[in-house]
Design a binder for this molecule. Structure first.
Ligand code: CMP
Length: 657
């Protein structure tokens, strides 16, 4: 059960109780004559109070935005709240006091009044739910005033009773007088007396005694407040109504004042007045976008869809459209009203929006304003040609015809930007609109078909170029990937060769000295792995290196660097190089080769010892044995062989290829 349900039974109930009780308390005769009625009303009210407690117990509440309906939690919450305390107090069975004081003292039930805040709560809720809040506010105010006057009337009667009926001219006349004896007369007289005070009419008899003066003073003070609140509330209601009108409709008063001050012709003023009249009488709300702006977008869309969808679905082009397109469109529509004979657009004007007809009839007219080419009615649209950039349209962005409102017509306008926005997402609808425009243009002979064909062809060429460019891009990426793969397999190969060479070098080192020397002595022909070949290659390499690189010889470090660089050069670099259109230049690898030969050469030069470069650089036997030197020479030997073999490998590969 929702929260609102809990308080809905209160207003009638409480008003009735309060009126009843004071009447019964002060007008004892009324109370005693209708005792069964009062008692029944009292206990029915008590039942309702109890029912309200049950309802409250089942009323959900929001916890972090989630409606809690769990009974145990609801019960716990209610029992711990202060409402429960007040509800309990209001239902205490004080009626047992009747046995002590008798039925003439219904005041024993005064504890029921602690529920008054619930009455206010209920009224507030009703006010937010009613569709006529201003009327509701006025009625609420009237009820409050009525209750106040009623209570005051009862007090006046009770005071008169206390002073003595008819003891002076201010108090209630003697009730033994038949004229004032009837219960109805008693109540009406007191109510009239009280109403005079609260409405500040003040036409009451003058008080005589002090207690009468005190009563009057208190009443007058309350009356001022009551009067002020009446005036204030009614004023508010009127302002609200005017504000609402000002939001719904353009401010006529302001426009009128403007027209007067600028001495606008009577005929034009008349037309504007008629237009205003039409808006008011037919409740044409012009500023709905402004009004709905205060709501969140999804609610605005829902409202706009429910209000305008029937119109949009009448429009042929939108009939087959997806719901999302209509939802997009509906928020961008601006209502416009045109008077009879008014032009919506004129031929030759620059088009900024298109129109959808909600109601009314419009004519496509010749320049004379009389000859009608076509009549458009609800569900039709127009003004799309000049904003769609139709190819071959001779009039460009200019209106192709005059459109005149025959009677009053209700249109929705849709700006060029909004239409372009929406149509960019829905190409089918765009094609449909363009097709319709093209047909009209052909009929009018305003479509340059050759230009259209040319534009279409130019578009085709453009599309082809775009396609070629994108294929080129794909090819480049593929090439880059291939190059990266090539590099990586190269690297792997080299690593493998290095490993093998390392093994060979280790074998050499561990050979017995005789064999080692033998190898050195036996000459290059017997060298491991065809060293003679390497030497030859080396020599060639040197020559090539000299030819190709000339002055680059100083780059001797590059040999090793290039070798290592293979691994440091990231594949990313390569990809970038290729992607930016640098054709992967084979010269690079040639240079590399060249540098390697340079490097080799420089190493030899650096050695400065003839014969060192021939690859048989084994230390003389009689050299004083130094283990560190031996290690160093082995290292150098190994490096040199490594380089030579690598180069030889390259050359062999090249030769083979
Ligand atoms: N013969 C016609 N029948 C229906 N509509 C037309 C005709 N001629 C022009 N229109 C519409 O009138 C509009 C005038 O502005 P546009 O040229 O932007 O778009 C035009 C069409 O939508």
């Amino acid at each position: 059960m929702s929260d609102a349900a809990g308080t809905s039974i209160h207003p009638r109930l409480s008003v009735q109780r309060e009126l009843g009780h004071t009447a019964w308390t002060c007008f004892t005769a009324i109370g005693l004559s209708y005792l069964p009625v009062w008692v029944t009303l009292d206990y029915v009210s008590d039942l309702m109070y109890a029912a309200d407690m049950t309802v409250t117990l089942h009323t959900g509440f929001l916890d972090q935005g989630i409606l809690i309906k769990d009974l145990t939690r609801l019960r716990k919450r209610y029992l711990r709240s202060k409402h429960f305390m007040w509800d309990l107090v209001s239902l205490l069975p004080t009626d047992f006091l009747y046995f002590a004081f008798g039925f003439e003292t219904p005041l024993v039930r005064i504890n029921r009044l602690v529920r008054i805040p619930r009455l206010n709560e209920a009224l507030d809720r009703m006010e937010t739910r009613t569709s006529y809040p201003n009327t509701f506010r006025i009625i609420k105010l009237m009820i409050y005033i009525f209750v106040l006057i009623h209570w005051n009337a009862c007090l006046y009667f009770a005071l008169s009773n206390y002073i003595g009926f008819g003891s002076d001219q201010w108090v209630y006349p003697n009730i033994t007088d038949p004229m004032f004896a009837s219960m109805r007369r008693q109540y009406f007289y007191c109510f009239w007396f009280s109403a005079q005070i609260f409405t500040t009419v003040g036409d009451t008899p003058l008080p005589i005694r002090e207690d009468e003066y005190l009563f009057m003073i208190a009443d007058m003070l309350i009356a001022v407040l009551v009067f002020a609140s009446i005036v204030g509330n009614v004023g508010n209601v009127i302002t609200n109504l005017r504000d609402r009108d000002n939001v719904f409709f353009p401010n006529h008063e302001l426009v009128k004042a403007y027209l007067r001050s600028h001495h606008v012709s009577k005929e034009l003023r008349q037309r504007i007045d008629n237009w205003y009249q039409h808006l008011h009488i037919n409740k044409k709300i012009m500023r709905e976008n402004e009004i709905l702006q205060q709501l969140p977008l999804h609610m605005r869309t829902e409202i706009a869809v429910s209000v305008h969808l029937p119109t949009l679905s009448k429009v042929t082009i939108f009939q087959s459209c997806e719901k999302s397109l209509l939802e997009d469109l509906v928020l961008k529509l601006t209502p416009q009203v045109f008077s009879p004979g008014e032009y919506v657009c004129r031929k030759g004007d620059v088009g900024h929006e298109m129109y959808i007809i909600k109601e009314g009839k419009l004519a496509v007219v010749a320049d004379d304003g009389v000859t009608e080419f076509a009549v458009l009615s609800a569900g039709n649209f127009f003004g799309e040609i000049s904003i769609l950039n139709i190819k071959g349209n001779k009039s460009g962005n200019r209106r192709t015809a005059n459109i005149k409102s025959i009677g009053h017509s209700d249109l929705f306008s849709l700006s060029k930007e909004d239409l372009t926005d929406v149509l960019s997402e829905f190409p089918a609808a765009k094609r449909h609109l363009e097709e319709k425009g093209r047909q009209i243009l052909i009929k009018m002979g305003m479509l340059e078909e050759r230009a259209e064909v040319e534009e279409v062809e130019a578009e085709k060429v453009e599309t082809k170029i775009e396609r070629l460019e994108s294929s080129l891009e794909v090819l480049r990426t593929k090439l880059a990937r291939l190059m990266v793969e090539l590099e990586s397999s190269n690297r792997k190969m080299r690593a493998r060769v290095e490993q093998l060479e390392m093994r060979v070098a280790v074998l050499h080192i561990h050979l017995p000295p005789g064999e080692e020397g033998g190898e050195g002595a036996s000459g290059r022909e017997d060298g491991v792995g065809g060293e003679a070949d390497w030497e030859r290659e080396e020599a060639e390499g040197e020559e090539e290196g000299e030819e190709e690189n000339g002055g680059k010889q100083g780059d001797n470090n590059d040999v090793t660097k290039e070798g290592d660089g293979e691994s440091t050069k990231s594949t990313k670099d390569l990809t970038e190089r290729v992607a930016v259109g640098n054709k992967f230049d084979l010269k690079d690898s040639d240079c590399l080769k060249g540098k390697e030969s340079d490097g080799e050469k420089i190493t030899e030069k650096g050695d400065g010892r003839p014969g060192k470069g021939d690859g048989a650089e084994i230390e003389p036997r009689n050299h004083k044995h130094d283990p560190s030197e031996e290690g160093e020479s082995v290292d150098k030997e190994y490096q040199r062989r490594l380089r030579r073999k690598r180069r030889a490998g390259f050359k062999l590969k090249e030769k083979k290829s």
